[in-house]
Design a protein around this ligand. Sequence first.
Ligand SMILES: [Zn+2]
Length: 130
Amino acid sequence: MVPTDSPTDPRQAAERPFWPAVRTGWRRRCPNCGKGHVLRGYLTLKSECEECGLDLSKARADDGPAYVTILIVGHLAVATMLHVFIAYRPGPWEMAIGFTLGATALSLYLLPRLKGAFVGLQWAKRMHGF
Ligand SMILES: [Zn+2]
C-alpha cells in the first residue's frame, strides 16, 4: 500500500479535512487511516503507522500539548475552585487535596489526547513535511 503522504500520491495536493484529523488524533489514532495508533506507551510517538505506513517521525508536537493542557486545566481549576469555595466553604486541606488530585487526573487524561490532536493538526495542514 502506498502511503498517502508519498510525493507520488496524486492526492498530495488535495486539501485534508482539519477537524476530522484533529478528532482522530484526539483518539490517538493515525490521522491518515484512522486505524493505527500514533502513540507507543503514554506519550512517545511511533515512527510510523502500523496500518498505513504514514511516517509519524515528521510530527513535532514539542511543548504544545503541555501548554494547552495547562491552559485548559488551569482555567477549569480556577473557575471550579471559586465555585466550590463560595458554595461549600471547604477547609484549606480539603481544597488543596481535592484540587491537586483533580488537576493531576485531568492533566494525565488530556495530555496524550492533545498530543494526538496536535499530530492530526500537523498532518491536516501538511506541516513539517507531512
Ligand atoms: Zn495510518
